[in-house]
Design a protein around this ligand. Structure first.
Ligand SMILES: [Zn+2]
Length: 296
């Protein structure tokens, strides 16, 4: 079933777990993740940046079809759309949700650009995630640094002013691979969970430590973005096999297995295993037929 990620996250928030959001950019990676979710009997969010898919509209069609036949709820979120055009492409491609990342801009500019896209997305039943504070890149990240952390009061104001559905917060994680474990500010996360009305998102889950991530899920993170660890899993599986000579025939099998192993692992880390309950949602097709159903 294809569904918006927002009702999945709201349910996760109430029950103290988190929905894994895993990077996919083609049919193979989408299939691996959806099948992993089915094996774990869990909801899942697929995340994809516009330029990571060769043809975003075709990719949207493939995922919609795979999700329609899945036994678990599947959401498709356009990750880190950084321009107005990219966000609109996501909607056109049938993504159930879009992330509008303007965290590198000033607060006022972030509010202005997110609000504009929230209005458009909501008109056609698409959910919107924004980011406040800034989640940086791990390769040059100071794990003890205090730069870019989300301010709770500002976050409350931001949600009110933009009408956004979910908020990515900066509490100490970063994108990419760390040189050690990040210093996650659990007290800050707790405060954000208490004050902010919408579900919270953590980016940069890869390499953050299983215990840290499970604790984050329990404290209020409802969507955990994973990319680097999935790619790393595929690379390690390939490296563990002899691919010379006829070993080359195993290329896709090993890549597939490595990616899947990591995907399966994160359902448990997020406490999402066996959380496959039916979530009430309205499909895009129903909205097209009856625009009054447009509420996300
Ligand atoms: Zn991210």
């Amino acid at each position: 079933m294809l569904t918006s990620m927002i009702p999945l996250m709201k349910k996760a928030r109430e029950e103290g777990y988190c929905v894994p959001a895993m990077s996919a950019s083609d049919e193979t990676t989408a299939r691996i993740i959806i099948q992993a979710a089915e094996k774990k009997n869990a909801p899942v969010i697929l995340i994809c940046m516009k330029n990571n898919a060769r043809d975003i509209v075709y990719f949207g069609r493939v995922v919609s079809d795979l999700a329609a036949h899945a036994t678990v709820p599947v959401a498709l979120c356009l990750d880190h759309s950084s321009s107005f055009e990219d966000a609109i492409w996501g909607i056109k491609a049938g993504f159930t949700d879009i992330m509008v990342d303007r965290s590198m801009l000033s607060y006022e500019e972030n509010v202005a650009q997110v609000s504009e896209l929230v209005k458009i997305a909501h008109a056609v039943g698409v959910g919107v995630e924004a980011e406040l504070g800034h989640v940086g890149v791990a390769d040059n990240y100071d794990v003890d640094g205090n730069t870019g952390l989300t301010d709770p009061e500002e976050a409350v104001r931001f949600v009110k002013e933009t009408n956004v559905d979910a908020l990515a917060v900066a509490v100490g994680t970063a994108h990419g691979a760390y040189k050690g474990l990040p210093n996650i500010r659990f007290e800050l996360l707790k405060e954000l969970r208490e004050k902010v009305e919408v579900p919270l998102v953590m980016h940069g889950g890869s390499g953050s430590g299983d215990e840290n991530l499970t604790k984050s899920a329990q404290l209020g993170i409802c969507k955990l973005n994973i990319a680097n660890d999935l790619y790393r899993g595929a690379i390690e599986e390939l490296e563990a096999h002899d691919l010379t000579g006829s070993g080359a025939y195993g290329l896709f099998k090993h890549l597939y297995n490595g990616y899947e192993k990591v995907a399966l692992h994160y359902f448990d880390v997020c406490l999402a295993t066996n959380k496959n309950d039916i979530v009430k949602n309205v499909s895009q097709r129903e909205i097209n037929l009856n625009p009054e159903l447009k509420e996300v």
